[in-house]
Design a protein around this ligand. Structure first.
Ligand SMILES: Nc1nc2c(ncn2[C@@H]2O[C@H](COP(=O)(O)OP(=O)(O)OP(=O)(O)O)[C@@H](O)[C@H]2O)c(=O)[nH]1
Ligand SMILES: [Mg+2]
Length: 297
């Protein structure tokens, strides 16, 4: 049996969480077209059993996009991501464009150079790259000589994800199964539920609001055929609250409905979801609020 830990790192929006979900064949991390969606490290467990005591278990760690932080929340996110560099057996560095075009990538590449952890450059979104564009990006990474391997994939379309798993497996060493064979995630349902609600808020809202949104599960009660969930959606301004609720409560109703549908699939029962919207000014710079919302120790 071989096993180990794999970090998925990169700039915001390159497709890290999409890749985690593609590897697991299940959605445990939320994904949106907006940068800085993921805020915590999220572990997903991939297990392949080949025979008695034979097979592979890889614990993938999806991380927040590394960026220049402007709030305490941003610092927490970036530190959480960089902190995984040294905790894993191999790093998957995700990119979706030429490194010369993206200063944020270069910042991360400089950090990577300083660590001893083996790394693979993963050029994602090949489905939206022209072949010569892909070749140029590939060569740019080759020339850097800081990666043990380079591969082009599409996390969204599942192109060469299997090959990436093979490649990543090479870095696993003889070791124990850390988790039972059928366990895909370590995250509590409460956390995933809060994330799903936050994803729906992000999908329904315009640009500046999402970064200031946090979701807290206030109550979570499981009955035989019904799960009752009470959630508070926090935002930073009174005007944002109005926008999240929408005219006649329509927007919030839409958010609640699509969240409920996904939650029902997740927990396997009917879900009764109640949501409230509250204002908490500047919470992204408040230590107390950050730890309350799960962005701290
Ligand atoms: N065309 C294409 N789009 C992709 C691919 N992978 C991800 N995306 C899209 O890229 C956007 C960002 O995806 P995420 O998985 O949320 O990105 P992330 O790196 O986790 O972003 P943060 O959590 O903000 O750091 C979403 O709109 C995805 O659908 C891909 O292989 N091809
Ligand atoms: Mg993400």
């Amino acid at each position: 049996m071989r096993s180990g830990f794999v970090g998925i790192v990169g700039r915001p929006n390159v497709g890290k969480s999409t890749l985690l979900n593609a590897i697991l064949g299940e959605k445990i991390a939320i994904t949106t077209e907006k940068p800085q969606t993921t805020r915590n490290t999220i572990r997903g467990i991939y297990t392949r059993i080949d025979g008695v005591d034979e097979g592979i278990q890889m614990v993938f760690i999806d991380t927040p996009g590394i960026h220049r932080p402007r709030t305490k929340l941003g610092s927490y996110m970036t530190e959480a991501a960089i902190g995984t560099f040294r905790e894993v057996d191999v790093i998957l560095f995700l990119a979706d464009s030429h490194p010369e075009k993206t200063p944020q990538d270069r910042y991360i590449l400089d950090l990577l150079k300083e660590t001893d952890t083996p790394r693979i450059a993963v050029i994602n979104k090949v489905d939206s790259l022209k072949p010569d564009e892909f070749q140029e990006i590939f060569h740019a990474y080759e020339e850097m000589e800081i990666f043990d391997n380079i591969i082009g994939i599409s996390a969204l379309q599942g192109i060469r994800v299997e090959e990436l798993l093979e490649m990543t497996g090479e870095y696993m060493e003889e070791g124990p199964m850390y988790f039972p064979e059928d366990q895909v995630s370590e995250e509590p349902l409460r956390f995933i539920a809060a994330e799903i609600i936050r994803e729906k808020v992000l999908l329904y809202m315009e640009d500046e609001i999402p970064h200031g949104v946090a979701v807290e599960i206030e109550s979570y009660e499981e009955e035989d055929e019904l799960t009752r969930i009470g959630a508070v959606i926090y935002c930073e301004k009174k005007s944002h609250k109005g926008m999240i609720i929408g005219k006649g409560g329509r927007k919030l109703k839409g958010i609640g409905k699509s969240a409920r549908q996904e939650l029902e699939a997740l927990v396997g029962t009917k879900v009764f979801l109640q949501t409230w919207v509250k204002v908490r000014e500047n919470w992204r710079d408040s230590d107390r609020a950050l730890s309350q919302f799960g962005y701290g120790e």
